[in-house]
Design a protein around this ligand. Structure first.
Ligand SMILES: [Zn+2]
Ligand SMILES: [Zn+2]
Length: 255
């Protein structure tokens, strides 16, 4: 599994792109950044987008991506996957023929370039050689974390935006977690805001990691709010004995 970080920021600014992780060129986990980082040929290779939730920093590249793809006259087709509530929000609030066209009807209703697929937390979705499991996490809106597992049970786990959670850690039991991508949005002195808005700070992250049944091979930190990045990084360095990598955009790693 090859992972390319298109964006790993909790907001945006120069050199700081909103969240998106590209797996093996075809599968996206969140879509805060796509067409600003990938050329058109690479965009047409994306077939599946799993969304953790409908907040703008996780979906904002989809309208431009599908607009680009439709212009290629059939070179690409995209399935947007998430929980029923997230899909409903996208339909109602984005692809509603007001904010942006309904691309499930374009270029024609019988051969659209975009479709939706509701993901159940009870049953994995199979995409090529991967099985993708979802589970609810703790955010201010309905949100899901994902386990992307290969046939040998080795897995990438992605929390999306979440405060403290137990469901996701239950869900990963039995997998060999090669990489955990977990959010840390705010510094410790903002823990009240972090908890109220469904996010983590370095100290809250430390508590979450102690809940894990088996430590992952690698832990990658994402979704730092750009304004607090240096402060968060300083606090993460003080978490003794936990090897962490703070993600930066365009980083690539493999499992
Ligand atoms: Zn976010
Ligand atoms: Zn969010």
């Amino acid at each position: 599994m090859e992972i390319r970080v298109l964006g790993s920021s909790g907001s945006e600014g120069p050199g700081r792109n909103p969240t998106a992780f590209l797996i093996d060129d075809f599968l996206l986990l969140d879509a805060g950044t796509v067409s600003l980082s990938l050329d058109l040929e690479s965009q047409t290779k994306i077939t599946h987008i799993f969304l953790t939730h409908a907040h703008l920093d996780h979906i904002k590249a989809i309208p431009f991506l599908v607009d680009n793809i439709v212009a290629t006259h059939g070179l690409g087709k995209i399935t947007i996957l998430s929980g029923r509530d997230v899909i409903a929000d996208l339909k109602r609030n984005v692809f509603n023929n007001k904010i942006w066209p309904d691309f499930t009807l374009l270029p024609s209703s019988h051969n659209p370039i975009m479709r939706y697929q509701v993901v159940s937390t009870r049953k994995p979705v199979e995409v090529r050689d991967y099985r993708i499991f979802s589970t609810r996490v703790s955010h201010s809106v309905p949100a899901y974390g994902y386990v992307v597992a290969d046939s040998s049970g080795e897995a990438l786990v992605y929390t999306g935006d979440t405060g403290p959670t137990d469901r996701l850690w239950k869900r990963i039991k039995g997998f060999k977690v090669k990489a955990l991508i977990i959010e840390t949005s705010f510094p410790d002195e903002m823990s009240r805001l972090a908890l109220d808005s469904g996010h983590l700070t370095p100290s809250l992250l430390h508590k979450e990691l102690r809940k894990l049944p088996v430590p992952p091979d690698h832990i990658y930190i994402t979704h730092l709010k750009p304004y607090y990045r240096e402060e968060i990084e300083r606090q993460l360095e003080k978490l003794d004995g936990i090897p962490l990598t703070v993600l930066s955009d365009n980083l690539r790693f493999s499992l």
